[in-house]
Design a protein around this ligand. Sequence first.
Ligand SMILES: [Zn+2]
Length: 193
Amino acid sequence: MKILIAEDDTMSRLILKRTLEKLGHEVIEARDGREAWAAFEREDVPVLISDKNMPDMDGLELCRRIRAQNRKKYTYIIVITGSDAGKGFLEAMDAGADDYATKPFVEEQLAARLRVAQRILRLQEEIKQLIIRTCCYCGQMLNEQGQWVPGDPSVDRFRNVALSHSICPACWEKHAVPELEAYKQRRRTEAAS
Ligand SMILES: [Zn+2]
């Protein structure tokens, strides 16, 4: 995955970068919140790992800005902190973070957290595809395999859902074709009179 890291401490940034690259990820480095924001504006970033305390723009402000943008592609945000002062977790969650961790990182834990990130991002993609087309007659949905399947009402629970209305082949035959025929018939009758 492409991972943007926002960390002002050079040593921490280097260690994190090495660890992520060892895990097979592509890393974009930012030395503070402002640089990270610039990188985020340049390209889609699936995962952001941001230090909470940074000069200029801190990790929480960065979170808020990213969430306020409401981009099509979701960015999974992990906020990290050097010392867990207690309310850090709540602050991070309120700012829009998905996960919160304290430094230093244990490689296995970081790998596990990123697997969660991957799972969430995959779900986001699946939801997007599921909602792309639904039949306006019967409510069925077109799945990834190109099959029309019964509509899943739970999809409505997700935010940012935009159902795109379509017509499944069965309803096309059953409803749309007769309607079209009736329309053509009307036009013929009108033309004849
Ligand atoms: Zn249908």
